[in-house]
Ligand binder design. Sequence first.
Ligand code: NAD
Ligand code: ZN
Length: 364
Amino acid sequence: MSVNNEYRNFPMVPRVVFGKGSFNQLSSILDKKREEGAPFIYLVDDVFDKTGSLVERISLKYNDKLIFASAAEEPKTSQVDAIVADIKNEFDKLPSGIIGIGGGSVMDLAKAVSLMLTNEGSAADYQGWDLIKNKSIYHVGIPTISGTGAEVSRTCVLSGPVRKLGINSDYTTFDQVVLDPLLLEGVPKNQWFYTGMDCFIHCVESLEGTFLNDFSQSYGEKAYDLCLEVYLEDNNLTEAQKQGKLMMASWHGGMSIAYSQVGVAHAMSYGLGFVLGTKHGIGNCIVFNYLEDYYPEGVAIFKQMVEKHQVEIPTGICANLSDEQMETMINVALSLEPLWENALGKDWKSKMTREKLREMYLKM
Ligand code: NAD
Ligand code: ZN
């Protein structure tokens, strides 16, 4: 038996509330964390600027501030830097906390802002693993769409000047999460599918990967089964019941990859995201659709889900790339070495060549 002496000691979210309407408890949770004169800053997906009702339920007190953030594009290091500079300009004290309300995009933005309020320089300086020096300020994550697992993960994915990469650190993880399935109401169907499939793909890539261990498997199998209940099985679940299950699938899927890794779909989707700006969920779906050689069972089930929900998965998006764009895409994908190693084993370089990857992208 081989024993590894370097097991990772990774952080988990220390506090979580789950339940329909639990969003109403936010105010009392925050009251206990408020420091005198120090505001809470709410970063809220701007989709709620139009619908209004969620925003009306946020009780701004004292000098608290609400900032709407767009999720039209994935968060950027420059955007994080600008928000941090504005907060520092406006207030003499560091905030009591940052509350991110939205999908993976806004939750990641909130994580990054909470880190950069206590760390010098630009967010781009910290893209990578364990580069953060100082503890972040208190931060709370409240998902309004489920699948990414951003609510549990120790990373926040940002596009920077030279790379799309997360700030991975023990301080990135939220201090508090509020899981209220009712907040998922109103998510457009295609987006519900793409983001939910991010979770399904996390499970397949974790469960089929060479890094798999009992910890990851236990969470991955649970999340996988929940995805089948929500997206495939004919059952008597109401939409509301499915929302609760999807929320927990996202959580478990995130826990599963925390202690293993994602794989081929994510590596290639990062390439699409960097060169074409394709968003994470849909990018994963575009890629996964063609990965039957790597994940035969997962891809077959994915195709059944696509069929069942009549969702369109774009094709042909790489057909007109310039050579330079294709080279960049291949570079970005291949730079994610742990993902390939998890997917294909230690000798992955002999299995995934630049030529092979180009061939695969050209099909997409
Ligand atoms: P998102 O946050 O990009 O949002 C997708 C769309 O859904 C947006 O238009 C948003 O306005 C809308 N939306 C969200 N909630 C809604 C609601 N209740 N009603 C109506 N519309 C709603 O989507 P996502 O897929 O959750 O997040 C993708 C991002 O997550 C990417 O930036 C990706 O890099 C990141 N990500 C992070 C991690 C992590 O561990 N940190 C993991 C995977 C992905
Ligand atoms: Zn993902």
